[in-house]
Design a protein around this ligand. Sequence first.
Ligand SMILES: NC(=O)c1ccc[n+]([C@@H]2O[C@H](COP(=O)([O-])OP(=O)(O)OC[C@H]3O[C@@H](n4cnc5c(N)ncnc54)[C@H](O)[C@@H]3O)[C@@H](O)[C@H]2O)c1
Length: 356
Amino acid sequence: MAIASFSGASVLIVGGAGFVGSNLAKMLLKEDVKKLIIVDNLLSADMSNVWDDPRIEFIPRSITNSEVLERLPNDLDYAYQLATFHGNQSSIEDPLRDHMHNNYSSLVLFHRLSQIKNLKKIVYAAAACAVAAKTYGEATATDEEAPVSLFHDSPYSVSKIIGELYGNYYWKSEKLPFVKARFMNVYGPGEILGAGRWRGTVHTIWRNVTPTFVFKSLHKEALPLDDEGRTSRDFIFVEDMARGLMAAGLHGKPSEAYNLASGAETTIRKLAETINRETGNPTPVDLRKARREWDNSGNRFGSATKAENELGFKASVDIAEGIAKTVSWTKDNMDTIKRCMAQHVHFVPDAKKYLS
Ligand SMILES: NC(=O)c1ccc[n+]([C@@H]2O[C@H](COP(=O)([O-])OP(=O)(O)OC[C@H]3O[C@@H](n4cnc5c(N)ncnc54)[C@H](O)[C@@H]3O)[C@@H](O)[C@H]2O)c1
């Protein structure tokens, strides 16, 4: 299925200054959108990811603010809810802030959007980690019908599920054209270590595994592999993710969930070795026996079949190509990354050594 066009459309991205949101914004601008409204309070984002384009209206505030909600135009065509309190570890440290930015943000947005009668689609950033079966044995591809546990590892994971429930409710009661995009592990250019405000743990700097490993590998460090790097994930390149989100907006059926997945299972060890090969890091990986304390998610990857059949979306960038692009972007943006890391160095003393 060919991607139809956003040409002439008015689009809202909540969280549009963030990693995925800024990549989506860049791609939508190429699609000739008429207007792009970005609402982002810069909680985990940097202004360098807000593009300079006359079609963008940037509102640097929280979507939970009632003035911001009222100000949203009633002729919106598409909306994306990507706001979050990033990420699992921050939510464990501060469940109440997680509730505000990862959960309440969805409720107030869906409530407001349900008043916009000609809205074509609202796409919600759901998380596969909140759905996937937990196993340390052989993983099978998680599909969209997988059962959801009532017992979760983090408030973040709880919030991601509750966002789905609220959206389903507004679809049922108000006909909100609500589509769930279930993200696998996204990586790629635009994920800035340390972007935004302090969120209570060192993971304000060391966000996800890929940007952290790329940064440390470029500094010739031994990449630390918990559980000897045996756990696996489905890594999807951010440009594929942005294309998938656009396909979900144009072709997704309201109330349905679609995995946006590569469909490939990659161990953390393979990820680390791919990164070290690309950066030329000669330091061997650091194999550690222990698993991450809070994380019981084990091995997992997503089924990409439904998105391919119903949205016409298939990820096209494999891990080696995606990592090469990510390493290249990281080298080119090292000054921005270090500027963002420097904001938190007072709380993360071990980051100091990179900044001198
Ligand atoms: N990156 C991944 O691997 C992944 C995996 C699963 C799900 N997701 C989901 O995808 C979405 C985007 O993730 P990301 O990796 O780009 O994270 P990100 O932290 O880079 O982006 C989230 C954005 O939301 C903004 N934000 C936070 N609270 C807000 C509020 N109250 N009002 C307005 N903006 C607010 C942040 O400043 C940030 O720009 C999130 O909802 C996340 O839960 C991401």
